[in-house]
Ligand binder design. Sequence first.
Ligand SMILES: NC(=O)c1ccc[n+]([C@@H]2O[C@H](COP(=O)([O-])OP(=O)(O)OC[C@H]3O[C@@H](n4cnc5c(N)ncnc54)[C@H](O)[C@@H]3O)[C@@H](O)[C@H]2O)c1
Ligand SMILES: O=c1ccn([C@@H]2O[C@H](COP(=O)(O)OP(=O)(O)O[C@H]3O[C@H](CO)[C@@H](O)[C@H](O)[C@H]3O)[C@@H](O)[C@H]2O)c(=O)[nH]1
Length: 491
Amino acid sequence: MFKASEGTTPPSVTMATDEFKYHICCMGAGYVGGPTMAVIAQRCPHIRVCVVDISQTQIDAWNTDDLPIYEPGLLEVVKESRGRNLFFSTDIDSEIKRADMVFISVNTPTKTTGIGAGKAANIKNCELCARKIAEVADTPKVVVEKSTVPVRTAEAVRRVLATNDRGVKFQVLSNPEFLAEGTAMPDLQEPSRVLIGGMQTDAGLAAIQELVDVYSNWVPKDRILATNTWSSELSKLVANAFLAQRVSSINSISALCEATDADCSEVSRALGYDPRIGNKFLNASVGFGGSCFQKDVLNLVYICESTGLPEVAEYWNQVIVMNDHQKARFTQLMVKRMFNTITGKKIAVLGFAFKKDTGDTRETPAVFVCKALLEEQARVQVYDPQVKRSQMFIEFDYTCGVNKDNTPKLEESIVTCEDAYSAADGAHALAILTEWDEFKTLDYQRIYNNMAKPAFVFDGRGVVDIEVLRKIGFEVYCIGKSRPKYSLDSK
Ligand SMILES: NC(=O)c1ccc[n+]([C@@H]2O[C@H](COP(=O)([O-])OP(=O)(O)OC[C@H]3O[C@@H](n4cnc5c(N)ncnc54)[C@H](O)[C@@H]3O)[C@@H](O)[C@H]2O)c1
Ligand SMILES: O=c1ccn([C@@H]2O[C@H](COP(=O)(O)OP(=O)(O)O[C@H]3O[C@H](CO)[C@@H](O)[C@H](O)[C@H]3O)[C@@H](O)[C@H]2O)c(=O)[nH]1
């Protein structure tokens, strides 16, 4: 199974497949499946872990040192176990058959058509996994929902599994993942908690214990929370809704700070000292992005609507409304400050990923800002240390429906650059859209010297030292901070 290819780490210890007493198969080799299984394999060398996927390209990449995702520390952990007790394969049927436990870790995106389009999560991939397990399994298995799913999805998975015609018994558990991208490895190695939901029957409790036994290899017992299935499924959606709500709340206050000369980071600091509020997730920004927050809040909204709770649905929907407003507000400010026109102007966009330390661009605010800049006929010069040009175009099309068929000048209007200095060369403005550490230590004097004047900075991430940049000569606007006094209109 383990194919030696260029750049692949050879196995340090070889143990025949049959010698392992316990086998885990994970369906879905993405941002969650890959890192999660790499950590299980690292912490449980006695368990054989195989991650399977329908995408040959994805699996091939996991078998090289050029992994399909960028995550600090991931490659080292993969290399430690790959070929020893961690494998990546497209032989889905064999790996399911062999497994004692099967994780379902496939994507559950927002539906784009049909009932619930734009809100409901599409659990098609989860159902297909359950069907595949039902089709090929000939021994009992614990099936673990790792994907984020609407509450009561385990019921659907259980019913599909029951169609197995060999009478095989399955237990379905909910074990949502709470890792954040960019910090996935520490999040997995020292999780704040591991949540496991299952049926409160003898067989259900035994299945929960089986999964507890896996995590207990490295997670302290008091951080492993066992509960019933529905509470577990719902907790995941609610956790993301609460986090997203915090970002929207502080972003709403950022607008008020800009209008009143209050400083949003000072407000956050004051709030954060209250232990009941806590100091995390209070950074005002150009808006939240990522594959989870919007999808999961919208899913929660849809579930509330479908269960006859319109007021509750509307409450959570405001989190999305505020996020959309924040993204739009940022570009409106740019245009307004640059004398109400950016037609033909060069704008340097620093950062395209939805947050630092990831190459993930799903729902990134940068795509919405760039789209708005293109609509104003600006020329956009983008630099991101981890995002390839091809990925940016995939994201424009997927998230905003912008492609070269409906926007013929797209390719020439977006210039991708090798570093921040070339992106800023000749630009009228910098727009900082991801908080990459390297943007804090750029030589802003050098950047200023090579920009058109007046040189504007629009900081959507609170990255720059405003006073230093103002001394250099920049006209600086930062989310949640007071605006330059030399502006004609301070609002
Ligand atoms: N990305 C995150 O940070 C994160 C964190 C926690 C939870 N989640 C949730 O975890 C789930 C997976 O997210 P992700 O970001 O890893 O998605 P992803 O798109 O990165 O990966 C999903 C993988 O599943 C594969 N797949 C789809 N259908 C399959 C099938 N029938 N059989 C085998 N493989 C199949 C795809 O080819 C893809 O490689 C989602 O429900 C998401 O909401 C994501
Ligand atoms: O104070 C803050 C904190 C975050 N963000 C933005 O919010 C988005 C999401 O950030 P973060 O939550 O750190 O990253 P994700 O990888 O999306 O992780 C979230 O979504 C995952 C998928 O469900 C969950 O597992 C994690 O617990 C949850 O934090 C990013 O655009 C951040 O820039 C802010 O604007 N201000």
